[in-house]
Design a protein around this ligand. Structure first.
Ligand code: NAP
Length: 248
């Protein structure tokens, strides 16, 4: 039986969608979670109250993952408060879709800075602590479009492809210290991010998925929880597609 009992885990972008599902599943498994949100203070407060009613432990802090100083201070605060950091989930992410001819330099930079730069900021900040305790698990939330590409998403798919390189390089750097680094690459998941799609688009996407449906956020969260558990002690540098067979 997978156990996360007492594990100290940071989750970025835990206020909605996949991040929220990850926070809830980790807390239900006994982890003590330090989560961040960017703008969703009310959502975060609601999750804290529901999780603590169910006997779980989660704290939320407002934080922009692109702010290097704030990320360092947050991570140092967690290490001081909890005494260690067992896991990190780099989940926070944004889209600014558009065909390249119409994509502004700002939309390119915002997506790269948030999705890839944010993960770099957190990986760098937790690495010293994880190396010194000779234990750590990092899970980066990528996307299958980082592997397959997607018209209208050169910025987003480049950021997610970058996460694959970051994951594999960091896995090699930290393996000797028992710090495992992996990437979970979801396909289409029912969240606010895909809520922008209309019914017809959703039907078209579902049709192209071998399992013929879009995933729930919980189906992604369960794989993330496994990678953070002691049962996943011999997996590092991997990209695990959770996509209903879409990227076969
Ligand atoms: P979502 O519902 O849009 O939620 C995004 C989360 O990221 C929110 O908690 C948001 O915080 C946070 N966030 C955004 N920018 C941030 C920043 N600068 N600093 C800190 N936090 C920030 O997204 P989702 O669909 O759950 O996606 C979660 C992850 O899965 C993303 O990395 C996404 O690329 C990836 N993914 C999603 C799908 C999908 O189909 N949904 C597929 C593949 C991969 P606030 O709400 O507080 O602003």
């Amino acid at each position: 039986m997978m156990s996360l009992d007492g594990k100290i885990i940071i989750v970025t972008g835990g206020s909605r969608g996949i991040g929220e599902a990850i926070v809830r599943i980790l807390c239900a498994g006994g982890a003590r979670v330090y989560a961040t949100y960017n703008s969703g203070a009310d959502k975060a407060a609601g999750i804290v109250s529901e999780v603590s009613d169910a006997g779980g432990i989660v704290e939320f802090k407002q934080l922009d993952v692109t702010n290097v100083e704030d990320v360092m201070q947050f991570v140092e605060g967690v290490a001081k408060d909890a005494g260690r950091i067992d896991g990190l989930v780099n989940n926070a992410g944004i889209t600014r879709d558009g065909l390249i001819m119409r994509m502004s330099a700002k939309d390119w930079a915002d997506v790269l800075t948030t999705n890839l730069g944010g993960a770099f900021n957190f990986c760098k900040s937790v690495s010293r602590q994880m190396m010194s305790q000779r234990y750590g698990r990092i899970v980066n939330i990528g996307s299958i479009v980082g592997l397959s590409g997607n018209a209208g998403q050169v910025n987003y798919s480049a950021s997610k492809a970058g996460l694959v390189g970051l994951t594999k390089s960091l896995a090699k750097e930290l393996a000797s210290r028992n710090v495992l680094v992996n990437c979970v690459a979801p396909g289409y998941v029912e969240t606010d991010m895909t809520g922008k799609l209309n019914e017809e688009q959703k039907q078209t996407y579902s049709h192209s998925i071998p399992l013929k449906r879009i995933a729930s956020a919980n189906e992604i969260a369960k794989v993330v929880a496994f990678l953070l558990s002691d049962d996943a002690s011999y997996i590092t540098g991997q990209v695990i597609n959770v996509d209903g067979g879409l990227a076969m």
